[in-house]
Design a protein. Structure first.
Ligand code: KG4
Ligand code: ZN
Length: 351
């Protein structure tokens, strides 16, 4: 297979990558829009779409050139077709389709969640490869779900959040603690200070869903519990020790819930011997450690791809395109981008 171009524009990362037919990365580029959205405390869809439009064409030209190719040297185009913010999806899909039409190339509309799900199968990434079936925990700002991956296009959702995504909870609690957006990384650093002076147990925060059957998640009650503690204090900045203990207490609660939910998922799919984590929250050291421990206890191996492949990127989109093209699966050029596109709806699109 000739090299494949991947395009990602579903949220606030503008990304492009070229992989050769075996999945080796020839060139990749990710432009985070974090600084553009930070003043608003979250992603502003219209601003995101305009930023994709402003930067994507140059980014795509750049990766094709750095891969040592021209557009004629490509074997296909894979662009995220959903789920995500519709403006950005239209920008990326239209550019991908345009290139496919101009060069007569096959086009794949990639489901963003499938791209996260298949990342572990990138050649060389997982020792011994990642044969199906395996479990995927997708933990990001927009998604929080556990899926059994039985094959390309064969996904069973084992559970998901009933309210906030886990990254969203980190961001909201980060805001309560006076941290910038996104709050996750700063909250992890602050929690380390709380852990250091030894008081993640100062507050008895709830552990929503802990011990419940299934693999659903819920974070809004935990977030409210932190908000109530914060509200006990006078307006103005929180004392540093208090903020650190709240961060440590929140993170400890999330970590325990995560390990418990993962343990339940492993009992729901005992045939899966790998547990793959993806999404920005997979960068959290405490969560990774707790998941690794829960996995080992059940004879399962935790696969945590490097952070740059856990967060949104175009390598995963190109790779999902390659997996689909290998099975002879392409999409029509009238594919309409889908803001909502559950993984289960891919059932039957592949074998
Ligand atoms: O996957 P991602 O880059 O973007 C999407 O949400 O699609 O994930 C970003 C999310 C944010 O909510 C951010 O706060 C969270 O991941 N995050 C973290 C950490 N690093 C990023 N949450 C907890 N601990 C971290 N170290
Ligand atoms: Zn994502």
């Amino acid at each position: 297979m000739r090299p494949i171009l991947g395009i990602e524009s579903s949220c606030d990362e503008t990304a492009a990558a070229v992989l050769d037919g075996d999945g080796k990365v020839l060139a990749e580029s990710v432009l985070s829009q974090e600084r553009v959205h930070a003043p608003y405390g979250g992603v502003v869809p219209e601003i995101a779409a305009r930023a994709h439009l402003a930067h994507l064409p140059e980014l795509v030209r750049g990766v094709v050139a750095r891969a040592g190719l021209t557009f004629d040297g490509l074997g296909g185009v894979a662009a995220t077709g959903g789920p995500g913010l519709i403006g950005g999806l239209i920008v990326g899909s239209s550019l991908g389709k345009g290139i496919a039409i101009a060069r007569g190339l096959p086009y794949v509309a990639v489901n963003h969640l499938e791209a996260h799900a298949l990342t572990a199968r990138l050649p060389g990434l997982t020792e011994g490869g990642a044969p199906f079936p395996y479990l995927l925990l997708l933990l990001s700002g927009g998604h929080c779900q556990c899926v059994k991956v039985a094959g390309v296009g064969a996904y069973t959702r084992l559970g998901g959040t009933l309210d906030d995504a886990v990254g969203e909870a980190f961001d909201k609690v980060g805001k309560l603690l006076g941290l910038g957006w996104p709050g996750g990384p700063a909250l992890e650093r602050l929690a380390a200070q709380g852990e250091a002076h030894g008081d993640p147990a100062r507050f008895a925060f709830p552990r929503p869903m802990l011990g419940r059957a299934g693999c659903d998640f819920s974070f809004s009650g935990l977030k409210t519990a932190v908000a109530q503690e914060v509200a006990r204090h006078a307006a103005g900045p929180l004392p540093a020790t208090l903020a650190a203990d709240l961060a440590a207490g929140f993170q400890r609660a999330v970590t325990e819930v995560m390990a418990d939910r993962a343990a339940h998922a492993m009992t729901m799919a005992p045939e899966a011997k790998l547990l793959v984590v993806a999404g920005g929250v997979a960068a959290n050291g405490a969560i990774r450690a707790a998941l690794a421990e829960a996995a080992v206890a059940r004879g399962v191996r935790l696969v945590a791809p490097p952070v740059r492949l856990c967060t949104d990127n175009a390598v995963m989109v190109a790779w999902a395109g390659i997996e689909r093209l290998r099975l002879g699966l392409t999409d029509a050029l009238d594919f309409a981008p889908r803001p909502r596109w559950p993984l289960e709806e891919l059932a039957g699109t592949a074998v």
